[in-house]
Design a protein around this ligand. Sequence first.
Ligand code: ACO
Length: 431
Amino acid sequence: MTDTTKSATLTIGDKTYELPIYSPTAGPDVVDIRKLYGTAGVFTYDPGFTSTASCDSTITFIDGDKGILLHRGYPIDQLAEKSHYLEVCYLLMNGELPDAAALEDFETRITRHTMVHEQMHNFFRGFRRDAHPMATMVGVVGAMSAFYHDSTDINDEWQREVAAMRLIAKVPTIAAMAYKYSIGQPFVYPRNDLDYASNFLHMCFSVPAEEYHVDPILSRAMDRIFTLHADHEQNASTSTVRLASSSGANPFACIAAGIACLWGPAHGGANQACLEMLKEIGTPDRIPEFIGRAKDKNDPFRLMGFGHRVYKNFDPRATVMKQSADEVLDLLGIEDNPILQVAKELERQALEDPYFADKKLFPNVDFYSGIILEAMGFPTSMFTPIFAVSRTVGWVSQWKEMIADPQNKIGRPRQLYLGETQRDYVDIEKR
Ligand code: ACO
């Protein structure tokens, strides 16, 4: 945080208060209101944190108006094109791109930790057979703290590092196991000779009865999906991880909290909701009906995969994802897929509609990721688990940054209380 000589003046009644302003390396200045209650006796009010910076961070920067997303300064489109997921993981966690030796060491360490404790298989079997894979993931990732005691001391830097590596390495295995369990197939062990994305496809789609070959284009598309979802600064699930860990909770419990938050349809659950919506629309002639519903204030329906809290121009991840969708569908020879036709026509009609233009609603990353995942053979229930796999590195990097920060305090928002003032208890016979 750069201290500046700038300050803001707040006037309440006949009193004025000077509030320091800090300038970030990029983005708008922030007004420091931490001492406001102590000096002026008032709180600030900002439901949904639309104007509140909850922390300082050096990991990811977003300029929503310009459609910019940077990880440690590097633009997402360059990373998606030239880098790959595990290199981006290293970058997010360590702040710099690795040299060849550091990358090899990092990849080896991740690859060697992809297996989960064998006893975890029994834990899976406790879930109902038709459990949603996200339900299973929340439970099993949380349960990692019961299996890996030796990396739960958050005050030990080495244990924090081990926990981070374990999470990045094992969450894909857990997601694939949750999927296999939900379809009644045997768990598939990870393979150390495959790269991260190929290994995930192998664990999801391979069966003991036959050899499974991972198509390099599908593996590249999978890697891109992981890369594009790797981190997104202080979004709802990341803020949940930070808030959970601010109490000193162990990393596995905190990441499980992040997974639970991600599940919601306004966040990571949007990719599943988007594809379900496209299927419900079914044919292009029904699109005007659904656009009409999305615009109707009395109808809770929203166009899933449209809009974003921060991006108000375009989502830079959506641009890369759209290109990937074209590549994958071309490879699989399914460019005339009916869902894709609906998606393309919906996008066209919505972008031409003044309602969406005026409110700056554009397709977000989830609008296209669902189409790719469906084409690859994933059921909709796996879309959000795949997002959770990708985002684990973002959660872990933000968690590590937070724990290492000496200013780290328990997160404890205040409130605008609108309930009853103090009143006396009334005995039941008098109510
Ligand atoms: N369809 C129709 N109208 C919409 C949509 C939509 N998808 N999104 C926003 N609006 C409208 C709202 O009704 C509101 O209108 P109003 O000003 O007349 O009341 C206005 O646009 C602003 O919307 P808010 O909900 O206030 O914006 P917010 O920043 O809080 O919400 C969100 C952003 C949650 C992403 C929202 O756009 C949405 O629900 N989108 C659909 C779900 C989705 O795709 N989520 C994925 C997000 S990306 C991610 O997590 C990876």
